[in-house]
Design a protein. Structure first.
Length: 183
């Protein structure tokens, strides 16, 4: 427990409480700013967090952002063409689970549920892996297909695409194919 009337560093009693803006953020949930208390010693300049006051505010702010994160993730996935019902079937979730996570404001999905949906939002092809019953070879193929597709998109001009094709074929850089060399 922190004594708001005494500096925890020098023991002095010339302290005051100052409000300070504190930024909170959650992936896909956005940012929020809250006012926290900082205890400042006028004698030595030491500052301490008023955790008894701040911790509940921070937890509440993060809870709101996590809730918004789930709503945003599910909205984004729906916008990409994934229905809640198809995702629930693929992931083996009970019917209407995703709708409850998205629409019931009193319901806070678990950390595991939030992590799962964030991973799926970041890598939507994970749903195809789940649909293939997590088959290792299918998953590896999908990873490579996604990586190759992303790499090709990054080579936007024809000259860059031509260079990329030469690198991965027998022409390669300096005439060698980087994929056929033995280790």
């Amino acid at each position: 427990m922190i004594d708001r009337n005494q500096c925890s560093y020098c023991g002095g009693h010339d302290v005051h409480v100052m409000e300070k803006e504190y930024a909170l953020s959650e992936p896909y949930g956005g940012e929020a700013f809250i006012q926290v208390h900082v205890i400042v010693c006028n004698a030595c300049g030491f500052t301490a967090d008023d955790s008894e006051y701040n911790d509940p505010l921070i937890l509440e702010g993060l809870s709101v952002l996590k809730r918004q994160s789930m709503v945003n993730v599910l909205t984004d996935l729906n916008g990409l063409g994934f229905s809640n019902a198809s995702m629930e079937r693929t992931l083996g979730l009970p019917a209407r689970t995703l709708a409850r996570w998205k629409n019931e404001t009193s319901l806070n999905p678990s950390a595991a549920a939030l992590a799962l949906m964030r991973i799926i939002r970041t890598f939507p092809w994970i749903l195809a892996v789940a649909d293939q019953r997590y088959d290792s070879k299918s998953a590896q193929s999908m990873v490579l297909k996604q990586a190759f597709s992303h790499l090709m998109e990054s080579f936007s001009s024809d000259g860059d695409k031509e260079l990329f094709q030469r690198i991965i074929t027998s022409e390669g850089v300096g005439g060698s194919n980087i994929f056929s060399q033995s280790k």
